[in-house]
Design a protein around this ligand. Structure first.
Ligand code: SF4
Length: 367
């Protein structure tokens, strides 16, 4: 069975009808349970649950401290190419957008890695657009080879690979993969992904599972908030994480909660997602999946990230640029605008100030 079959179980779910039946007592009952199921999670995502946000946040804070302590893993993304053959309408790197396409040489990748490593970070996330011609798996694995001297954990956020290709990546030293489904609603997915390999919804949906089977240590999933009703997308992201975690108990399953940001192309969010919605999503997810990682990127403001450091988030980016070679060559064309531009040092200072320990390294492969 694949996740697409599991997802099918929820295709007829009438979210509005479910939400209409929820009472205050239902929410209080869910919060009093030691562990909650998928529909309980949906109860905490309901519009009515917004009135109980303080109690939800309190429980999320307790669950996070119980399972993780007061620590925050820091990492930074590293864009090494922006060639892309896809037409995701919401993305600055969309093939149709006229922008300077670049790809770093191995020397440039080492220079970029060196500068990031000088900030103290030991975890890096490599990103490319989707172009097998310009950013082939071999090119990406060469980049990994050149970065191993600087980092103890290297993750990839690239196009969907076959299982054997994920295995090669693991053998080459990659220990984490991030793959956002962007939107779980298959009809909306089709509307927004006009051309290119990424328009294959099912192949992308199955990618995190292929990565789990390949021996990847961490697999990070998510929906891009702003493309559909956030409550439905948050619910299905949680169902996906729960499915993967139950099936692959040796893999660390985590979620990200990326919200749309302005980008080249200017595609506006289809749905407004407010700060309070992000808080509700993260705190409800924490209670549903108390041991799961939650990543909050610099798409969000410093104020919101400071607040959410207490409420479930376990990993944050720092010293971020979304431009290819942005650390060593300065900003050129970025994938999207970031909101929180704090350096690694500034993020660390904030975390210490909030009573948290910033973690630069929590993993190193034996070989
Ligand atoms: S989201 Fe990824 S695949 Fe889609 S256009 Fe942007 S870089 Fe390309």
């Amino acid at each position: 069975m694949k996740f697409i079959d599991e997802l099918e179980k929820y295709s007829e779910l009438d979210y509005e009808a479910y939400f209409r039946k929820i009472t205050d007592d239902d929410i209080i009952n869910v919060l009093n349970k030691p562990s909650i199921n998928r529909l309980d999670y949906l109860t905490l995502l309901s519009p009515l649950a917004e009135n109980h946000l303080e109690a939800i946040a309190k429980r999320a804070n307790q669950d996070t401290i119980r399972n993780f302590g007061r620590v925050m893993q820091l990492f930074t993304p590293m864009y090494i190419a922006n060639y892309c053959i896809n037409q995701c309408v919401y993305c600055g790197f969309n093939h149709e957008n006229k922008l300077k396409r670049v790809k770093l040489s191995m020397e440039e990748i080492k220079a970029e890695g060196k500068l990031i490593a000088e900030t103290g970070l030991k975890h890096v996330l490599i990103l490319t657009g989707e172009s097998q011609e310009h950013s082939s798996p071999d090119y990406i694995l060469q980049a990994v080879e050149n970065l191993k001297g600087f980092f103890t954990s290297i993750s990839i956020e690239i196009y969907s690979l076959e299982e054997a290709e994920y295995k090669h990546a693991v053998e080459a030293g990659v220990d984490g993969m991030t793959m956002f489904q962007e939107v779980y609603d298959a009809d909306i997915y089709k509307e927004l992904h006009l051309a290119g390999p990424k328009s294959n919804y099912a192949f992308r949906l199955d990618a995190p599972e292929r990565a789990c089977r390949s021996g990847m240590r961490t697999v990070n999933i998510g929906a891009l908030l702003g493309l559909n009703d956030w409550r439905k997308e948050a619910f299905l992201t949680g169902v996906h994480a729960d499915y993967l975690q139950r099936k692959y108990s040796d893999v660390e399953i985590a979620v990200s909660t990326p919200r749309m940001r302005p980008s080249v192309g200017g595609f506006p969010p289809r749905v407004l997602v407010k700060d309070i919605n992000i808080v509700q999503y993260i705190t409800a997810y924490r209670i549903f999946m108390p041991r799961s990682g939650i990543t909050l990127s610099s798409r969000e403001s410093a104020k919101l990230r400071n607040h959410l450091a207490h409420l479930g988030v376990t990993k944050m980016s720092a010293g971020v640029t979304t431009a290819v070679g942005g650390h060593s060559k300065g900003e050129e064309v970025s994938q999207f605008d970031i909101s929180d531009s704090r350096s690694v040092r500034e993020m660390s200072a904030m975390l210490y100030g909030e009573g948290y320990q910033p973690i630069y390294k929590d993993w190193q492969a034996l070989v």
